[in-house]
Structures are given as structure tokens and as C-alpha cells.
Unconditional design. Structure first.
Length: 535
């Protein structure tokens, strides 16, 4: 029997003072971050499960209360490494405009504070709860877009395969399924990502409570990804079959939401059957079995731990613990971060620019006609300004010119790269990578751009795109984030743009001809961009 309840040490006045001070400081540093997290990210259907994660964390810690009571707390300077790294990432996220960096910063800060005051042995006891905490945070925007598009295409492909097995005629073009009598578009909401992540979390929890060999628990967790993709493909296929009889009602409204819930419950049942099979087909009545095996694990773990009454306390007692150097340093680091984040002027100096709506329609041998996007798409892309022009030369060869400008790329507003958008339209990348384009007659003789050769339903097209960013030409998303942080710190600017050119590869020409056409177009357009995009 434990002689010293765990709550007794936690509820001491000096402990309450420490906890209260930490809560105040952490809340001050990350208040705007968590306002965004709860009000914006968790409000999305893809991450609505996140509201449950804090309760799961509390339960996992409570489940370890007996073991925590017998493991001695020991202050450690090593925790300050995590705390310092977390606060460094706070500045990187605050200035660079990437919310995931701020979320990771918060997690490292919490881990660092726990390590400072509990020590490594006690930190290991609650390590799983801290790992689950990461599930509260959404994926970075560029990673989410890339994964979502991939899952759309995979789910669509599997869905069409299942429809073929039922005898239905279906044709896939990107994320669009043509059934003949109608077309079904597999959008972000149907990509399966909103099933993959919560099912992975559920699989991780089941594997944690499943007292078995490591490889069996790994199988349970790893099987959640293909299971989520397969069941989502089944849902798409069922929607296609029922659409024939019931119309568009099955693709939206109650049925659409209910089918999602049913698929998740079905996947959960499959995981339980999988655990039952891995246990050797023994009786598996309920999740209570998992709980009992977990109790055995706790008891076996407790046998290896010394009793609290036999431990000699190393920490200072009474209010003298408030003078511990570990505590003082941690408070100073958090306090300075809070003070500087409130006191430093972070408002961006938005440079004056010329509206892209004035971009010329006549450019050398090229004559263009301007196109427009629906406002809903402009809002979704967070565009400050844009223009789309279809140009043709004297031979009738076309180049689609698109430029999107962002006054700010901080706090979730970032460029959507064509590498994630174009495949969703059914275009298959055959050749993709960065190339060097000559700029004859200009001060800069060469410019590096992204090049992508794509096919779709017999059509071929070639695309060049690059990211003009405050006097730099960048070609990948990681460079965008790094320089956004540096320029926010040194210039108080994160504005930038995306330039994308697309030309068809005509049947009468070779790919080299399309390359030559785009390179000539680049030579014409780059000098004009300097008049519209600030350096």
C-alpha cells in the first residue's frame, strides 16, 4: 500500500505556486497560438476529434497514478534543453508564420518543464501521454495538401476498382469518377485523411493497451493506414452504386455523414477482430480484456520500482523549493519570451506594389485574354492579388500565365504549390524537378525554376513555376519557410508570389519545342514582373 498519495505532493502550497506560475507564463506565450488551434483548426471536420485528445491525455496520466507515486521526482538541467529548443521554435513559428512550428514549440516546452521538475524516470512513466499530445495538432499546411491529394487519388483509384467488381462502368480522371450518368468528385473531405489520422490514434491506443509482443502491437497500429484507405474506397464505391438509384442525396447531407460514421465504426470493429486473431483466437469479449492486461503490466512494472517510503527525498522541501535554480531559470526564460513577444513590433511593412490587374495583355509577340477565378477560390487560397492570362503567339501556340501574390505569409497564409494542386486534376507527373532557364539580354543570365511534364487522357502539357520572394527566386516549400522567418526578423516582411506557366505539348511538336516556347516566354515576362512584385 502506498503511504504517500501522489496528490499530496502535488497540492503542497509551493507546488501550487509553481504550477500556477507556469500556467500563467505558458498561457501568455501561447495564447494566440491556442486561440487559432481551438477556434480554427479544431473547428474543421478533419480535426474535430482533437477535442477528445486532452481528456485522453488526462486519463493516461491518471492510469499511471500508482506508478507515479512510487517513482521519485528528481530535478534535471537536461529538461532546459527541451525548454530552450521549444522557445526557439516559438520565435521561428512566430516570425516564419508556420503554426505547426508553434504547436511543436508548445509540446517541447511542456516536455521540457516536466523533465526539469519530474526527472527522466518519472517522465518515462507519462511518455505515452506526452506522445499522444502531438495528436492535438494539425499537419503543416504544405504536408496536409500533399497527403490529401495523394489520398484522394488512391481512394479514387480503389473506388473505381470496387465499382468495376460490381459490374458498373466507371472511368477515373484524377480525382473525378465518371459513371456515365453522372460524375463524382473525390474532394478533400472524401480523401480519407479525416479517417486515417483518428484511426491511427485509435490504433495507437489499442496497441498501447494490448499486452502482447511488440511486433503484434506494431501490426495493429500499422494496419490502420491501409484499413482507412480501403474502407474509404468502399464508401466511395457504395456512394457510386447508390447514386444510380437515389441520386445526389447519397453524396451529401445525412447519408454522407452517416456513411462516414459507419465506416469508422466498421474499421474499429476490424481492429478488434485483428487483436483477437493476434491473441491466438482466444475469447475476446470486450475492451475490458485490454484493461486487465494493462493492469498486469502496471503491477509488473511496480514490482521493479522502490517503494516511496524507502526513498530519500533529494528535492528541497517547503517554500525553499521556489528558489531552486532550475525553477528560476525556467521562469526567466518563459517570462522573457512572453515580454519580448508582447513588446517587439511585429507588424509587417507591406511594400507598395502595382496591381496585377494591370498586367499587360500585349507582350512582345504574345497577345492575351484575362481570366478570373470565383471569389470562393480566391478566399480559399488567401490571395492578396492575382491575375490569369491566356496568351497566344503569332503561330497560335498558347501559354497560360498565372501569378498569385501574398502580402503576408504568416500565421497560416501560405502559397499553394502546383505540385500538390495539378495532380488532383488528373494530371500525371512524368518528369518533375528544378532546371536552369537562360535569360538572354538580362543582368541575371540564368534563373532556376521548377519544371513538370504532365499527361492526362492523351493530352500533354509542360509547366514552369517558381516563387519570387522579396528579391529571391525560390523553388521549394522549405526554402519558403526558412526565408520567410529570416525576412520577418530582419525586414519585417513575408510577402511573396507564385508564378506558373503552362503550355500544351502539341501533337505536331516535340517536348523540346514546348521547352523552347516557355523559355522564350520567361525571357519576356521576367522583366515585367519587376514592375509589379516588390524587391
Amino acid at each position: 500500500m502506498l503511504k504517500k498519495p501522489i496528490l499530496k505532493s502535488i497540492l503542497l502550497p509551493e507546488s501550487l505556486i509553481k504550477i500556477s506560475l507556469y500556467i500563467l507564463l505558458v498561457a501568455g506565450v501561447y495564447s494566440s497560438t491556442f486561440t487559432r488551434l481551438v477556434a480554427h483548426d479544431w473547428a474543421k471536420e478533419d480535426y474535430s476529434y482533437s477535442y477528445l485528445i486532452p481528456f485522453i491525455i488526462l486519463y493516461l496520466i491518471w492510469d499511471k497514478r500508482k506508478r507515479l507515486a512510487v517513482v521519485e521526482s528528481a530535478t534535471s538541467w537536461k529538461g532546459l534543453i527541451f525548454l530552450t529548443l521549444g522557445l526557439s521554435l516559438f520565435w521561428l513559428g512566430e516570425l516564419g508564420g508556420e503554426y505547426f512550428t508553434l504547436y511543436l514549440s508548445f509540446w517541447l516546452t511542456i516536455v521540457g518543464l516536466c523533465w526539469v521538475h519530474l526527472g527522466w524516470q518519472k517522465l518515462k512513466v507519462i511518455a505515452f501521454a506526452l506522445i499522444i499530445m502531438l495528436a492535438m495538432f494539425p499537419l503543416p499546411a504544405f504536408l496536409y495538401n500533399k497527403v490529401s491529394v495523394k489520398l484522394q487519388l488512391i481512394s479514387t483509384q480503389f473506388g473505381v476498382g470496387i465499382l468495376h467488381l460490381t459490374g458498373m462502368s466507371a472511368f477515373r480522371e484524377g480525382n473525378v469518377i465518371d459513371l456515365g450518368f453522372t460524375q463524382l468528385q473525390v474532394v478533400d473531405a472524401c480523401s480519407g485523411l479525416r479517417y486515417v489520422i483518428p484511426l491511427m490514434i485509435l490504433g495507437l491506443l489499442l496497441a498501447y493497451f494490448f499486452w502482447a509482443a511488440f511486433w503484434k502491437r506494431a501490426v495493429v497500429f500499422l494496419s490502420t493506414v491501409p484499413l482507412a484507405i480501403f474502407t474509404n474506397a468502399m464508401r466511395i464505391a457504395i456512394t457510386g452504386v447508390l447514386y444510380k438509384y437515389w441520386g445526389e442525396r447519397v453524396a451529401q447531407g445525412f447519408f454522407h455523414g452517416f456513411s462516414a460514421l459507419f465506416i469508422f465504426i466498421f474499421s474499429f470493429a476490424i481492429l478488434l477482430v485483428e487483436i483477437w486473431a493476434l491473441r491466438g483466437f482466444r475469447t475476446f469479449r470486450s475492451l475490458g480484456t485490454l484493461g486487465k492486461t494493462n493492469e498486469k503490466r502496471v503491477k509488473s512494472e511496480n514490482l521493479d520500482q522502490p517503494q516511496a517510503s524507502s526513498l530519500k527525498p533529494k528535492a528541497q522541501q517547503g517554500f525553499r523549493s521556489l528558489l531552486q535554480p532550475h525553477f528560476i531559470v525556467a521562469v526567466i526564460l518563459l517570462g522573457l519570451t512572453w515580454a519580448f513577444s508582447q513588446g517587439i513590433e511585429f507588424r509587417e511593412k507591406i511594400p507598395i506594389k502595382k496591381s496585377l490587374a494591370q498586367f499587360p495583355l500585349q507582350m512582345g509577340e504574345w497577345t492575351g485574354s484575362r481570366q478570373f477565378m470565383e471569389q470562393a477560390f480566391v478566399d480559399t487560397l488567401d490571395l492578396s492579388d492575382y491575375t490569369i492570362v491566356d496568351y497566344k503567339n503569332a503561330q497560335g501556340k498558347a501559354v497560360n500565365f498565372y501569378i498569385a501574390y501574398y502580402e503576408s505569409q504568416r500565421k497560416g497564409e501560405s502559397i499553394h504549390t502546383p505540385a500538390t494542386c495539378l495532380p488532383g486534376g488528373g494530371w500525371i507527373f512524368k518528369q518533375a524537378g528544378a532546371v536552369t532557364v537562360p535569360l538572354p539580354g538580362h543582368n541575371q543570365d540564368f534563373m532556376r525554376v521548377n519544371r513538370a511534364f504532365m499527361r492526362k487522357s492523351g493530352y500533354k502539357q509542360l509547366s514552369y513555376y517558381w516563387f519570387p520572394q522579396r528579391g529571391r527566386i525560390l523553388t521549394n516549400a522549405y526554402e519558403l519557410k526558412i526565408f520567410a522567418f529570416w525576412d520577418a526578423l530582419t525586414k519585417h516582411r513575408t510577402d511573396g508570389a507564385l508564378v506558373r506557366l503552362i503550355t500544351p505539348v502539341y501533337e505536331s511538336e516535340e517536348l523540346e519545342d514546348a521547352d523552347e516556347r516557355l523559355q522564350g516566354f520567361v525571357g519576356e515576362v521576367v522583366p515585367l514582373l519587376a514592375q509589379y512584385l516588390p524587391e
